[in-house]
Design a protein around this ligand. Sequence first.
Ligand code: HEC
Ligand code: HEC
Length: 312
Amino acid sequence: MSALSTFWNFWVFAIVFGTLIACGLLIQYSSKTQVHNEETDETTGHEYDGIKELDNPLPRWWVMMFWATIVFAVGYIAAYGLGNMNGFLTVEVDGKQVPWSQTAQWENEVEQFDMKVAPLFAEYAATPIAELIDNEAALQTGQRIFASNCSVCHGSTAKGSQGFPNLTDNDWLYGGTPADIVKTITDGRHGMMPAKGLMPSMTDEQIDQTVQYVRSLSDLKHDATQAEAGAGIFAQACTACHGADAKGMHITGAPNLTDKVWLYGGSTKQIEFTIRHGRNGQMPAQGDRFSKEQIHVLAAYVYSLSHKAVAK
Ligand code: HEC
Ligand code: HEC
């Protein structure tokens, strides 16, 4: 909880109590003047089409209601506090009674919710991910966590977009076993493709040749002569990460270049950009944000996307 500075604390008190006092004075003033108003004919003097506005005192019950709101306000402040002053209400956080505040109230509710769902998550966590994908309730929970935490990058259907991998296609940068997925989510991943691979001196012509070779790997339209020259460059500058067969490597996160699945795109332009400037995809670690049990359920949802015929 952040305390207000002395000035703002004073400011809050001045406004709140100033208003209460002003309201009290106004009620007192208006009930008095009207009761002791002797020299008029009990109208306000306003007249319109023969209709006169009476100047009767406010009904007593009404005035009492105004006073009641002021008493209520004072009681409310005593209960909930004002500015840096705590009220007498408390809530339980971490097993301790602490003065009421919105933050404490929220923490209390989160704790109660966690306590309620903990047995459920414990049950899910005891089921291996490969089996948990048959538990619809668990997948729905996973989907909800995914929707609010992962879909910003991977898309609401987890199909990804440029630079953000599709998680539904069973084509993996870092491996698709349950353990791989748990590790990806917990620790995050950082794909580092250096510009020009391991050949910083690569010329423009060599870049063009390598582009043609990469396109030939997945049977895209290419120039055969240039691709042939590119093969030699690829062996030198690229296979360390992408593998001799160019099928990628899960340890480096280097994608398979022989399938038709592209992270950044398979057009001549995109491939050239990748080689010339390198790539730096980052999957943020989630281990601090979620419990092990939550990650287990999340991983089951991700796993289900490519291991269940009808995953919604
Ligand atoms: C800020 C954007 C961002 C968010 C948020 C994000 N991811 Fe990712 N994720 C990425 C990027 C980028 C990659 C690819 C990393 C790379 O290029 O090396 C990735 C990779 C992955 C992979 C590995 C895919 C593969 O082919 O091996 C999985 C699994 C994954 N994310 C799951 C999740 C889950 C689950 C969440 C939600 C908890 C999540 N991501 C949230 C950006 C994000
Ligand atoms: C140090 C390891 C490393 C080397 C060397 C390397 N790459 Fe990569 N490459 C990667 C990684 C990792 C990625 C994925 C980057 C990301 O996730 O942001 C990648 C991505 C790519 C992509 C994008 C694929 C797609 O699906 O969009 C292409 C194309 C590519 N590399 C080609 C090459 C070529 C050609 C060379 C040799 C000149 C090369 N790489 C050398 C690690 C490497």
